[in-house]
Design a protein around this ligand. Structure first.
Ligand code: FAD
Length: 285
């Protein structure tokens, strides 16, 4: 069976030690879904604590024999701190890093050493043998004036060594196709994995889209409105919407699907069950 399209998940670490057990349970439930990698967030909301991220990445690699990707935001760190972090990664044999700028926190000082993710990419390149991923934005990053400027900056990140890209979540595949075309025109050849978030509850999706600026197409808003008082139906419709996006993306030759599962293994399983044969060019005899 040849796998043509990468299939992966994002997990976020728990707030407290005791909840690490839940992550192990989630990973146990994900283990037969043939993920190509599982990425682990770090510092969303401005935290500087990384231990859980590294612990989870190590668990993914060692117990579940799956490739992990460690997210690393740099905007609140010095070169010394990042160098120490990279040493911890090396000590734990973690070789894949999603190099991020991160979002500014009001409570923390901005780094004197890193202004953009591309600065971090360059630093990582000089400090070890890592596979470096970068983030990208089909609807344009919310601080950019326009998509041309944003893609120009993305090209800098790729040229400095980000050799694979993962997109921010999006709900309209046309945004992704336009973005891909613009990347190709700018000479960006790195594979681009599409970030898909199946909605399972209305509050969560409104909060997340507010934070990242993803727009909600009319068809999607209708689903949210129609099933807002029926959690089960909303989750069913949200998963079906994501499946629809994925079928279209794979049909059009996407490099990979990266699922933002919000630590819900059942979401990953339902998507997998509805789409797994699409990830292979041939299944069975
Ligand atoms: P950059 O690539 O630095 O871009 C940020 C802005 O600066 C863009 O507008 C860009 O156009 C501009 N820019 C870039 N380079 C230049 C330049 N040389 N000159 C001028 N302008 C420039 N955040 C977390 O804190 N933790 C996480 O775990 C996390 N995981 C994420 C995973 C994915 C897949 C994505 C898409 C985002 C994630 N984020 C995470 C959020 C991310 O940190 C924010 O979106 C942040 O605002 C931008 O990060 P970046 O790495 O894309 O930044």
């Amino acid at each position: 069976m040849n796998k043509n399209t990468s299939f992966s998940f994002e997990l976020f670490p728990p707030r407290v030690n005791e909840e690490l057990r839940n992550i192990d349970e989630i990973l146990e439930n994900l283990k037969d879904l043939n993920a190509d990698f599982i990425s682990v967030t770090f510092g969303a909301g401005g935290s500087k604590k990384s231990n859980f991220t590294l612990d989870i990445a190590q668990l993914i690699e060692q117990k579940y024999q799956t490739k992990s990707i460690v997210h690393l935001p740099c905007i609140h760190f010095s070169k010394e701190e990042i160098a120490k972090f990279l040493t911890h990664c090396k000590d734990r044999n973690l070789k894949n890093i999603l190099a991020l700028r991160g979002d500014m926190s009001k409570d923390l000082k901005a780094s004197k050493d890193f202004s953009y993710a591309s600065d971090l990419v360059e630093f990582i390149k000089q400090n070890g043998d890592f596979n470096i991923f970068g983030a990208c934005y089909p609807e344009t990053h919310n601080e950019s004036k326009n998509c041309i400027e944003d893609i120009h900056n993305l090209k800098i990140k790729v040229d400095k060594g980000a050799d694979k890209l993962i997109t921010q979540l999006f709900f309209d595949n046309n945004d992704f196709y336009n973005f891909k075309q613009n990347c190709a025109l700018s000479g960006i050849k790195a594979p681009i994995y599409a970030g898909i978030m199946p909605i399972t509850n209305k509050r969560q999706i409104l909060k997340i889209t507010q934070l990242c600026g993803a727009k909600l197409p009319p068809k999607f808003l209708k689903i949210l409105e129609k099933y807002k008082h029926n959690d089960k139906a909303l989750a069913d419709a949200g998963i079906a919407y994501a499946v629809d996006q994925i079928v279209d993306l794979i049909t059009n030759g996407v490099d990979g699907i990266h699922l933002y599962i919000m630590n819900k293994a059942y979401v990953a399983r339902r998507i997998y069950e509805a789409t797994y044969s699409l990830f292979y060019d041939k299944i069975g005899a």
